[in-house]
Design a protein around this ligand. Structure first.
Ligand code: KIV
Ligand code: ZN
Length: 506
């Protein structure tokens, strides 16, 4: 048998088996297939597709994945029972690279209270299961369930028997998420010692997150000599879940100094597959989740935004693009002027220093008072600051509806003069004509959208317009208590300073 490459970490994904065992998750065959194809594109080495003896649906899903996937090995789980092994054999019939995964619990508490078998009987049943599995499939993996609560001597005896019988991979699960990194490293070292004379055997880690240490334990096991890591996308799995694939892969990649190993994972696909698994399982990803959470590369505080604008490495240890994400500067009450100006630049808005300061102050006050300020509102604030000092809207009166609206308005120019205008037609036409009449600026209305929205107990109107003003196309947004006022502000905020030829039309 070939000795495995000591610098290669085998990624065994069990999203479709242990992940699907999470209370509340049930994937249909089509969903399992879509995830399996995405796992193949991601570059995992093994896809554990299900537990065929659990239900006819699971058998069908494993069989569908086995037929659809060519790159990774496709694995099916079975207890050391003949019926389970036959079901797994049937499900894997069409697999290009089948792997059968047989397991039995080895810890005293499982032996006594679940299996009602002595240690010798467990060893005997494991031996029989492995023999049957090897008759059905050349690539067999054996797991000693609850290995971390098993007597070290008995664990060594079981895994030695497994490898001597022909098993290629022995998995040492921390089934109940009880171990710690130091203890788990010792367990893996002891298994490595027991298998010293069997260099072809791959030792695998499989950790649960009951104490929040699944990833740390897995990585400690890898540092101690394991070369296969079992994990799931987004860390889904029984109870508190399994070790998250994306965290393990990125830890190994980012801290190559600690784990000088390679995986076959295309890390740019991590964010995409995380979203896919979240959509199909209905398990949302917390915003602060490492690697794939919405905030993993987002910065709101002024100090951090300033640093990131200088060099993302000031506050990011992974380039967002490496995992298929992007760095974002979120504007909020902790943001600084620098980020505010940068955000506006990114949307084509440049403000003079005075206007920038005034817009920034309005934005900070709103963010402090009411929490997140939405993008349209920030743009409206900036436009208002841009126009401040040129024109102020004093009064807007609107009558009529549909195509028969009439608008009368009063604007004040910076020199204090009041200018009146009126217009008729649809609401946007009437507003454009009235603003044009009051300001003396020719306005060509190109596109326009306006709506009344419910906000808490009341309403708020928003408007977005695109106009041609003296050969330049400009777009503006505004929110105001009524649609007529929102339209007036959206246009007035874009007006240039009054020309010498102002006419008052009413
Ligand atoms: O957690 C566990 O022990 C398992 C085994 C079946 C590998 O999932
Ligand atoms: Zn498990």
């Amino acid at each position: 048998m070939e000795t495995p490459d000591p610098e290669r970490l085998i990624v065994f994904d069990t999203t479709l088996r242990d992940g699907e065992q999470s209370p509340g998750i049930s994937l249909n065959v089509a969903q399992k297939l879509e995830i399996a194809r995405a796992l193949e594109a991601l570059g995992v080495d093994v896809i554990e597709a299900g537990f065929p003896a659990a239900s006819p649906g699971d058998l069908q899903a494993v069989s569908a994945v086995a037929s659809a996937v060519a790159g990774p090995a496709v694995c099916a789980l079975a207890r050391c029972h003949e019926g389970d092994i036959r079901a797994a054999e049937q499900a894997l019939r069409t697999a290009a690279r089948p792997r059968m995964h047989v397991f039995i619990a080895t810890s005293p508490i499982h032996r006594r209270h679940k299996l009602k078998l002595t240690a010798a009987q467990v060893l005997q049943r494991a031996r029989q299961g492995i023999r049957l599995a090897l008759e059905a499939c050349p690539d067999v993996q054996f797991s000693a369930e609850d290995a971390t609560r098993t007597e070290p001597g008995f664990l060594a005896e079981v895994v030695t028997m497994a490898v001597e019988s022909g098993v290629r991979t022995v998995n040492i699960p921390d089934t109940v998420g009880y171990t710690t990194p130091v203890e788990y490293a010792q367990t893996i070292e002891s298994v490595c010692r027991a298998l010293r004379s069997q260099p072809h055997a791959v030792i695998s880690v499989h950790c649960h997150d009951d104490l929040g240490m699944a990833v740390a334990n897995s990585l400690a096991g890898v540092a101690a000599g394991a070369r296969q890591v079992e994990c799931t996308i987004n860390g889904i799995g029984e109870r508190a879940g399994n070790a998250a694939l994306e965290e393990i892969v990125m830890a190994v990649r980012t801290r190559h100094d600690r784990w000088p190993l390679r995986t076959g994972i295309e890390s740019r696909r991590l964010t995409g597959i995380s979203g896919l698994v979240s959509r199909h399982t209905g398990f949302t990803v917390p915003p602060n989740k490492a690697i794939v959470g919405a905030n993993a590369f987002a910065h709101e505080s002024g100090i951090h935004q300033h640093g990131v604008l200088g060099d993302t490495r000031t506050y990011e240890i992974i380039r967002a693009e490496e995992v298929g994400a992007s760095t974002s500067l979120v504007l909020g009450k902790h943001s600084g002027r620098h980020a505010f100006e940068n955000w506006l630049h990114g949307r084509g808005v440049t403000l003079q220093p005075r206007a920038l300061e005034s817009a920034f102050q309005v934005f900070k006050a709103e963010a402090d008072r009411a929490g997140p300020v939405d993008d349209r509102r920030i743009l409206a604030i900036a436009r208002a600051a841009q126009a401040a000092g040129e024109w102020r809207v004093l009064d807007v009166r609107s009558v009529g509806a549909g195509k028969a609206c009439r608008i009368e308005l009063e604007l004040q120019s910076r020199d204090g003069r009041v200018h009146r205008g009126c217009g008729a037609g649809t609401l946007p036409e009437a507003v454009a004509a009235a603003v044009s009449g009051a300001s003396g600026v020719e306005i060509g209305l190109l596109t326009c959208a306006h709506e009344l929205q419910s906000i808490g107990d009341g309403t708020q109107a928003s408007a977005r317009v695109e106009v041609r003003i003296v050969d330049t196309v400009r777009s503006g947004v505004a929110v105001a208590p009524s649609e007529a006022e929102a339209l007036v502000h959206a246009i007035v905020d874009m007006l240039p300073a009054p020309s010498g030829r102002l006419e008052v039309t009413s």
